[in-house]
Design a protein around this ligand. Structure first.
Ligand code: NAG
Ligand code: NAG
Ligand code: NAG
Ligand code: NAG
Ligand code: NAG
Ligand code: NAG
Ligand code: NAG
Ligand code: NAG
Ligand code: NAG
Length: 425
């Protein structure tokens, strides 16, 4: 099933390690960075010991010469696709660029169309994800659509889940123009049909997965929510019987001042600083919400066998401030892992999500459900160059950067390559 293109060659781009040395030194006082630093060089070192340099490859791309690749290694070839960890690897140069452009894909949402909104650098499109132990095949829309013939796939969650759905839509549009068959007034729910391939793609807005109502204080919305942690959001759960594949995506909204309920009783809050209410933290809320969602899948009576993915925490990259204090993200290429510091909470949220999916997997096996993790956190933490930054075209918020969502086309397209690869396994 898997297409392994050529004898796998891993090219390690050590030459870019030095590029951010300055910033690294600045951050070295941080204990976390020392850890990353140590781990990084241990890994690097064992790499050197295990594999012998073979030859020199020069990438003739339009990318800066300092990315000259100087070492190529031959890896032991593993022909067991399951043994290859898709999520451990590195970004390497690839002159091919993306499968689609803002011209060929007609459905890119305006605020993700970075080129339309003035972004000029394009080098960020010329990187592909290379797992250490195998190749990640370039996205094949034909393979995707033929593998999922007769199936329905739903993206359930927040705007980043929607972001991935829009990427998939563009990738698939290269072989069949989809037909929009449903859209609500607020564009929170959408359904697209690829009728030639009998494939349906759906988006469900559900920023908490569980029932949520915005808190209103003295007549105005507060931005915080009341979450019923034991009641899943009917907006998606009532359609669960239609779905074959679901991709859950949620986390960012849990950092608001939310109030948490179980069996209609207030049990605590997140960041509320209210007297007599325990702050249980975002982790607790995330854990409970995913638990409820997975339980819904495993308890569902009239559902098909469902293949559920949890897309892990998508890192944001504001630098020199937060979104509303002048922070931005204007890098134009990936960073190296040693530069990743102060991200402890990202890993914490990811670990909670992983724990929940593993619990669901044990229960779901009996019913033929599958639960997998689309583990993009570490892959994307080194891609601060993939966000719209200033180029998201919002005339009311000029000067503010979007360092949370991802440009289309852009590195988020890789998520769908990973998704297809996991479905094929
Ligand atoms: C890139 O590689 C070529 C050929 O190996 C070499 O001539 C050139 O100096 C290198 N450029 C840099 C910036 O290292
Ligand atoms: C990998 O294994 C598959 C069957 O398991 C086989 O058909 C294929 O030829 C193998 N590929 C290589 C490169 O050994
Ligand atoms: C695509 O991006 C270019 C800039 O690279 C822009 O001039 C053009 O208007 C965009 N087209 C569409 C359809 O978004
Ligand atoms: C599309 O797929 C569904 C579900 O597998 C199947 O019931 C239906 O007959 C298919 N429709 C066509 C036109 O093949
Ligand atoms: C379900 O969707 C509607 C909009 O169609 C929205 O008003 C409602 O709040 C959503 N329910 C939940 C639990 O988010
Ligand atoms: C509620 O709003 C009214 C008028 O809009 C204002 O006079 C009052 O102080 C507000 N109360 C609180 C607690 O903010
Ligand atoms: C907090 O709890 C105490 C004791 O139960 C009670 O006397 C007090 O009124 C409560 N305060 C608020 C703001 O609910
Ligand atoms: C943040 O500040 C550093 C040093 O002052 C600068 O090099 C970098 O470009 C800034 N980043 C952004 C996104 O403004
Ligand atoms: C990013 O922005 C900072 C300050 O706004 C500027 O100094 C820096 O040159 C920018 N970097 C790039 C790569 O444009």
């Amino acid at each position: 099933m898997r297409q392994l293109r050529s004898k796998s060659m891993a090219s390690a781009s050590h030459s870019r390690n030095h590029i951010f040395k300055k910033e690294r030194l600045k951050n070295l006082f941080n204990a976390a960075s020392v850890l990353f630093y140590t781990v990084f060089f241990t890994v690097l070192f064992s790499f050197y010991l295990l594999y012998h340099p073979r030859s020199t490859v020069n990438y003739t791309t339009n990318i800066n010469q300092e990315y000259n690749q100087t070492t190529v290694f031959t890896q032991p070839y593993k022909n067991d696709s399951r043994s290859c960890n898709l999520f451990k690897g590195q970004w390497i140069l690839d002159e091919r660029g993306s499968l689609y452009t803002n011209f060929s894909c007609k459905t890119i949402p305006y605020k993700r169309n970075c080129f339309l909104n003035g972004r000029e650098d394009r080098d960020f499109l010329h990187w592909r994800w290379k797992p250490d132990q195998c190749e990640l095949p370039r996205f094949s829309p034909e393979t995707f659509l033929s593998t999922l013939r007769g199936k329905k796939m739903a993206f359930i969650g927040d705007s980043i889940g929607r972001n991935q759905m829009e990427s998939l839509l563009c990738l698939l549009s290269t072989v069949e123009t989809p037909k929009e068959v449903y859209k609500d007034a607020e564009d929170l729910f959408r359904t697209w049909e690829f009728s030639k391939h009998n494939f349906t793609l759906m988006a469900f807005w559900s920023q908490f997965l569980v029932t949520a109502t915005e808190r209103v204080f003295n007549g105005s919305a507060t931005g915080g929510f009341d979450l019923q942690l034991d009641k899943v959001d009917q907006n998606w759960s009532k359609k669960l019987h239609l779905m074959d594949y679901v991709i859950f995506s949620d986390a960012h909204w849990f950092f608001r001042q939310n109030y948490l309920y179980e069996s209609n009783n207030l049990i605590g809050c997140v960041y509320c600083q209210a007297p007599n209410v325990t702050d249980l933290g975002p982790s607790f809320a995330i854990k409970s919400a995913f638990q409820a969602a997975f339980k819904e899948i495993n308890m569902c009576k009239n559902c098909k066998k469902i293949f559920a993915f949890l897309r892990t925490f998508s890192p944001s990259h504001f630098e020199n401030g937060t979104w509303n204090t002048g922070g931005g993200c204007n890098r134009t290429r990936p960073i190296v892992r040693e530069e990743v510091v102060g991200r402890d909470s990202d890993w914490e949220f990811k670990n909670i999500q992983v724990e929940q999916i593993e619990m669901a997997r044990k229960i779901g096996e009996y019913k033929g459900n599958r639960f997998e993790i689309l583990d993009i956190t570490e892959i994307m933490v080194i891609r601060p160059d993939g966000h719209p930054g200033l180029y998201w075209g919002n005339p009311w918020m000029k000067g503010y950067s979007d360092c949370i969502h991802w440009c289309l086309p852009g590195p988020i397209d890789t998520w769908n390559e990973l998704l297809l690869e996991m479905i094929k396994r």
